[in-house]
Ligand binder design. Sequence first.
Ligand code: ATR
Length: 297
Amino acid sequence: MTDQVNPKDYPGKDVYAVIGNPIAHSKSPLIHEVFAKQTNQAIHYGRIFSDLNDFKKTTLEFFECGGKGLNVTIPFKLEAYKLAQHRAPRAQSAQAANMLWVENGQWWCDNSDGEGLTRDLRRLFKERGASLSGIHVLLLGAGGAAQGVIEPLIGAGVASISIANRTHEKATALVQQFSGVATKAQMNLKAVSLAELNNGSYDLIINATATGLSDASPISKDVLQAIIHSDTLAYDMVYGKETSFMQDAKALGITAVDGLGMLVEQAALAFETWRKLDLQKTPLDINGAIAAVRASY
Ligand code: ATR
């Protein structure tokens, strides 16, 4: 499988890749290419498709052939986390990894998804003359994607996070898991049943469910209307399409964005980690990378 990206084919370059199943449409190679150009780095970044049962074998081959680092995407984030001997705190909190690399003969993993989201949100709120500090967040979903963003959101200083999920028990389990961190940060973390979601006023609503991939939305337009105000931001973690959730939000007159900014920010964090750059001197142009991806559709 590593034939898709064989590091030996790129002498003089450090080789990276994104691995997943499916993987053909990943925008990670384009984003890393943009960052490499911006910072004059001699790297090659490709895509690796792995059979579902071959993740360990495929990654091993890549590193044995001299590969420097992998970004890991669906459905291997949990497996990547389990394979690593060293797990960054961010990966431990998410119980999943989107970065895997070898250093001094040992496997390391990290997770830049959650911080990628908060960086993107900070940028979006700043553009509106606001900040994440003290805001009220509704998080829709309680799967892996939701789990990975709770601690970074708490760290960003939000006032409250309400988690609502189709299977309510999973939302209460997440609240339990992060209650210590929330209490320490003196913020309010709670589970809200979807059926009771008919009032409230959220500043930010994040769709972290898998509904963005189909044509469904986790909440109806009527419910959405009941829980927003004119400045509420609707954020779907899926990228590359306008989801039903985003369409409903726009029809109700509020701003809705997809997760492309999060994708670019998590890539920037991986690039920074691996290339060990002084980004005070050479900051990455995030908006340039977002524009390059949008232009590629
Ligand atoms: P991921 O790692 O992408 O989060 P996941 O762990 O399988 O994937 O979680 C998928 C999330 O989307 C869950 O919160 C799931 O709700 P359940 O816990 O009830 O399964 C949610 N989800 C998927 N399809 C949905 C739908 N049609 N309506 C509402 N929520 C949905």
